[in-house]
Design a protein around this ligand. Sequence first.
Ligand SMILES: Nc1nc2c(ncn2[C@@H]2O[C@H](COP(=O)(O)OP(=O)(O)O)[C@@H](O)[C@H]2O)c(=O)[nH]1
Ligand SMILES: [Mg+2]
Ligand SMILES: [Zn+2]
Length: 221
Amino acid sequence: MVEIETDILAKNDGFAAANRARLAALRTLALNLVSSPGSGKTTLLCRTVEALSGRMPVAVIEGDQQTSNDAERIRATGAPAIQVNTGKGCHLDAHMVGHALDHLGLQPGGVLFVENVGNLVCPAAFDLGEAAKVAILSVTEGEDKPLKYPDMFAAAKLVILNKVDLAPHCDVDLDLCEANARRVNPGVEVLRLSARTGAGMEAWLAWIAARLEAATAAAAE
Ligand SMILES: Nc1nc2c(ncn2[C@@H]2O[C@H](COP(=O)(O)OP(=O)(O)O)[C@@H](O)[C@H]2O)c(=O)[nH]1
Ligand SMILES: [Mg+2]
Ligand SMILES: [Zn+2]
């Protein structure tokens, strides 16, 4: 069992390295959005794509077990989106992302968002070739989720606490959410945001811009 898992992850890492090289050649910042279902990934992405469009090339790879609903929501904003259906699978792997890249026709110098399958467990283990995993936690999910699903929060470079507009209605302690994320990942950055009202969007867009600059500088070396 353990050997099979090691073999799968080793193969995945090979595909991830190939994706990372392709993305570097295109000076593209790839961000892998991970969360449980319904935390607001697609809502946040639609808003983000609208904010970035016209300033830089933006494209999206959508992962879900079934339907192309999310890719359609993204395309409605005007950005190219490819839907990957994983069927019985519960996460995207780097091989799937490589195939999606074949079809996306990425323009250089922009951002590629990957919306992973809603699942706080195995997407943590699969490198897709991204620059960073961004974990999105809705304030409705409870402050203890970083402690219960530590691998995901440990793998993230940024945690977004989404739906802060709902915080007054659900007895949530946002400071405790943040403290729990930092217990499993001491250096992690945390942003509080509402994809509905737009509160906190500026800080998120600034985080993306800083990451893109760093990725572009690294690719130029
Ligand atoms: N109140 C509120 N609702 C939100 C927010 N972000 C997303 N939602 C709602 O949460 C539900 C799930 O959002 P969706 O983007 O599909 O989540 P996903 O499964 O992570 O992609 C939808 O009904 C959204 O309208 C937010 O910041 N505040
Ligand atoms: Mg979605
Ligand atoms: Zn899985």
